[in-house]
Design a protein around this ligand. Structure first.
Ligand code: GLN
Length: 193
């Protein structure tokens, strides 16, 4: 079963994508819910708000422990929360991706856009749609982080261990590629091992 952190933001869109992939889904609201799931999505939304709501129920420590063994997909605000350094100290980082990020680096809501990006994975190039909405920019990447996609020379898809971070929203343009990869494919590999 895959969990979607359901504190704020567009978590219901991620639930739809996971259901399209025939995965069982749980909306995660309390740290205890993490014991029921095999992977977690941290959705887009407002990272300052999600961080505050996480602090209230001590989610940070619980997610860090969960992340040692289980995969996490972070999109937009979710990627901001997963990173190590954030340009806004109101957001408490989880430090799961060794990256530094600038919030709202593309400008305001009116500067949001959708485009095709190219993702390199397992020696193949995949074309996928991506919606950039008040997206962050990744300005520093640690040596243990793989960059799977660039858009205008900026890293927009990063992978560290079993975690994946996207600066955009795949779920708003019905892109199932990343959820399929991180939850279906990685689970299959783990189950086969
Ligand atoms: N700008 C938002 C933030 O910093 C992220 C936007 C999004 O998730 N679409 O939290």
């Amino acid at each position: 079963m895959v969990g979607v952190l359901a504190l704020q933001g567009d978590y219901s869109k991620h639930v739809q994508i996971l259901e399209m992939l025939n995965l069982e889904v749980l909306e995660v609201r309390y740290p205890n819910d993490l014991s029921l799931i095999d992977g977690l999505v941290i959705p887009g939304g407002e990272s300052t708000t999600i961080s505050d709501l996480m602090t209230r129920v001590s989610f940070h420590e619980a997610i860090k422990i969960f992340a040692k063994k289980k995969p996490i997909l972070g999109t937009c605000a979710g990627l901001i929360l997963m990173s190590k350094n954030i340009s806004d100290d109101r957001v408490i980082p989880l430090g799961l991706l060794d990256i530094s990020v600038d919030r709202n680096a593309y400008g305001r809501q009116v500067d949001s856009f959708t485009d095709q990006i190219k993702v390199s994975l397992n020696d193949n190039i995949h074309n996928v749609s991506a919606a950039f909405i008040r997206a962050p920019k990744i300005n520093k990447v640690g040596s243990n982080v793989k960059i799977l996609s660039y858009y205008n020379n900026e890293p927009v898809v990063v992978k560290q261990g079993h975690h994946l971070g996207l600066t955009f929203h795949p779920e708003l343009v019905k892109t199932t590629f990343f959820h399929n990869y991180i939850f279906r494919k990685q689970f299959e590999i783990n189950n086969a091992a």
